[in-house]
Design a protein around this ligand. Structure first.
Ligand code: SF4
Length: 677
């Protein structure tokens, strides 16, 4: 690895400004060892380690040396594109070995030739704009090699009709499709089969893992090793894909596709129209029964009618109640506030059953009918699983997002599933991220993911945190739950941004906290203030980068994956310790599960999880060796509570101060001069 990463290595020769990083060589050596010795590795590589190249170089060496394919899974599509467009082409240039890399995204990123042809004669478009956009898609389809929607950069990100023409699996005809050979999915798979390195994202990786050995088989080609970057996200993503989901969109899509079926038999067509109308009517009633009394947006616990809050059995009838509060509160709720979805569910299920049996009985049914039967069957099965809600290892919940209502059943603990499907099946799994440890160890993440045997390492960052950053803890702050909090937090933010001349992110743990701070602080400071939600995230970041001394008020979505280098971002203020919201159904179920096992959910789950989140937020500040900045955490619990010490030990080793006058010193001429030497 020294011949690649060392001061005289191929990378330094290709890039004279490349900085030699001992932590990077150490990490690359550990990754190579894990490939050679076929074991798992968990490695925390803070910003400034150069972790992407530190795992790609050994991955290429291992894949080319043994001929065994390596999958690299990233947190987002943007990171996938960065690997494919920047890092891998660079390595292809400088490394002596030739290798082949392919990218795979989720199927709904690709156009479906069959559905596009069908849509040309079907009414899926609304308005002249959409007709123009659709024409552009059709022109593009004849030229594109990949069918990847990302190539349509001059069309809006959320094309309303894309969901009717994408290559999602539930509408795919598979080998019966007349366009199977030229299909973009077939071609994507072929490229991946020919590749040494396959770049995917976590959503696709875990969707594939959940399907492997199942009825519909795998999506990804076989692999000998996998590298999971941004591995702090994988518990949540795995729990999504090992779970079950039914949404109102799914039923709408099914009915739309039923409408596309063409029959010779007019009586069958009329009957199908009647059944579709019934499904639509009962589906509307079903979703209304679930929505009533709930907020417009958010995640709400579903409570099975099979159990009372005290755990005793009720008569086994379908009677599902919903609550955004906890189970105990729900049990005490007056009967007239509960929503009984039993009757609408039964009516919907009967109507779906009628569709299934009717299509099944048809002679000479069109090719798409088989696909609709399969989807209807799966839909009924999933709906029944969630409504029954009697698998105690799952949490059942509902999410409202825009016009979408999503019913979900998610495994509470994914550690056993990951052990069975991943860690025991794949010889080498590398987990990496800038934030995986808490209090200097990996106990939390390993327990959550079921990773028993693994080499561990924390790769040293190239950054000199002691000189580059100062951690400011205000001398006196009230309890965050007290009525005095909002005023005191706003006063502190004003003091801090005046000391740093703006150039700050103010990150809140809730929308309410963000809005409150913005309303109190923005009118009191002389710096341009921006608020999350006022425009898109990318537009907001662009404005922030180009506006001198700006202050941006934001929440969790700005805590991860945001990169603002240089003076423009010189201060990150975090209002409260980012404990997961206990009313969230998944968080509540995980905490309850730990308590039931005799553990302490606060110390075993809430604290380490909040430490990892806090490190993510603070990681926005120092992005290069010349960055300087102030980290400020307003929450007094960092000092007043015993667990505060664990948070402090987990943060980068920067100087701590409570003197506001100290903040300017971090930007002193001497510091900058040293940095530029
Ligand atoms: S094989 Fe499936 S995804 Fe491909 S064109 Fe046919 S229906 Fe669409």
């Amino acid at each position: 690895m020294k011949t690649v990463f060392g001061p005289e290595g191929v990378i330094a020769k290709a890039h004279p400004e490349y900085e030699h990083r001992p932590g990077q060589i150490e990490m690359a050596t550990a990754v190579l060892r894990a490939f050679e010795q076929k074991h798992h590795l968990i490695v925390e590589a803070g910003t400034g380690t150069g972790k992407t190249l530190a795992y790609l170089v050994p991955a290429i060496a291992a894949a080319c040396g043994s001929g065994a394919r390596v999958v690299v899974s990233t947190g987002t599509k943007n990171l996938q594109e960065q690997l494919m467009d920047k890092d891998l082409p660079f390595l292809q240039e400088v490394l002596p070995k030739t290798f082949r890399a392919a990218v795979m995204k989720g199927r709904n990123n690709y156009a479906c030739l069959h559905r596009i042809k069908r849509a040309e004669s079907m009414p899926v478009l609304e308005g002249l704009d959409q007709i123009d956009q659709f024409d552009e898609v059709v022109r593009w389809m004849t030229k594109t090699e990949t069918g990847d929607r990302a190539e349509l950069s001059n069309l809006p990100e959320n094309l309303p009709f894309w969901r009717h023409i994408d290559a999602r699996s539930d509408t795919c005809l598979g080998q019966k499709c007349p366009d199977f050979d030229p299909c973009f999915i077939t071609r994507m798979r072929q490229r991946a089969l020919d590749a040494d390195i396959v770049v995917v994202n976590h959503h696709l990786f875990f969707a594939d893992l959940a399907l492997r050995n199942g009825a519909y088989g795998a999506v990804l080609p076989d692999y000998a090793a996998v590298i999971l970057d941004e591995a702090h996200q994988i518990e949540d993503i795995a729990s999504e894909y090992f779970g079950v989901q039914v949404s109102n969109y799914q039923i709408d899509d099914l009915l739309r596709d039923v409408g596309f079926l063409k029959f010779e038999n007019r009586e069958a067509e009329r009957e199908l129209t009647r059944v579709s109308a019934r499904i639509q009517r009962f589906a509307d009633m079903f979703w209304i029964s679930l929505r009533e009394g709930r907020g417009l947006e958010g995640r709400f616990a579903l409570i099975s009618g099979y159990r009372t809050a005290s755990g005793s059995d009720r008569p086994k009838s379908i009677n599902l109640s919903l609550s955004d509060k906890d189970e105990e509160q729900q049990a005490g709720m007056p009967a007239n506030r509960r929503q009984d979805v039993g009757a609408p569910y039964q009516a919907l299920d009967n109507a779906l059953n009628r569709l299934e049996t009717m299509l099944d009985a048809l002679k000479d049914a069109p090719a798409d009918a088989e696909n609709i039967i399969r989807r209807t069957r799966q839909l009924r099965f999933d709906l029944n699983f969630i409504i029954k809600g009697d698998d105690q290892s799952f949490v059942y919940w509902l999410e409202r997002r825009g016009r979408g209502v999503f019913l979900r059943g998610s495994p509470i603990d994914v550690s056993g599933l990951l052990q069975d499907k991943l860690f025991e099946k794949v010889p080498t799994v590398i987990l990496t991220s800038a934030t995986l440890s808490s209090a200097g160890n990996f106990r939390f993440i390993r327990e959550r993911l079921g990773l028993d045997e693994a080499e561990e390492m924390i790769a040293e960052s190239i950054f000199d945190f002691e000189n580059q950053a100062v951690l400011y803890l205000p001398p006196q702050m009230p309890d965050p739950r007290s009525p005095q909090w909002a005023r005191a937090a706003a006063d502190e933010v004003i003091r801090i941004v005046n000391a740093t001349e703006g150039r700050a992110f103010v990150l809140s743990t809730s929308f309410a906290g963000m809005n409150q701070l913005y309303e109190r602080v923005a009118p009191q400071i002389d710096y341009p203030s921006f608020l999350q939600g006022s425009t898109s995230k990318s537009a907001l970041l662009k404005k922030f980068r180009s506006t001198p001394n700006a202050v941006l008020f934001a929440t969790a979505s700005f805590w991860q994956g945001v990169d603002v280098r240089g003076e423009q971002l010189s201060c990150v203020i975090i209002d409260k310790l980012p404990f997961a919201v206990p009313s969230d159904p998944i968080v509540a179920a995980r905490q309850r599960h730990i308590e039931e096992q005799g553990g302490s959910s606060f110390f075993e789950y809430s604290v380490p999880q909040a430490i990892i989140s806090l490190k993510q937020g603070l990681g926005r500040l120092i992005r290069s060796t010349t960055d300087r900045g102030v980290l400020a955490v307003l929450d007094p619990r960092l000092r007043t509570k015993m667990y505060g010490q664990t948070f402090l030990q987990s943060l980068p080793p920067c100087r701590i101060t409570s003197d506001i006058d100290d903040l300017a010193s971090v930007f002193s001429a001497r510091s900058f001069a040293q940095a530029s030497e």
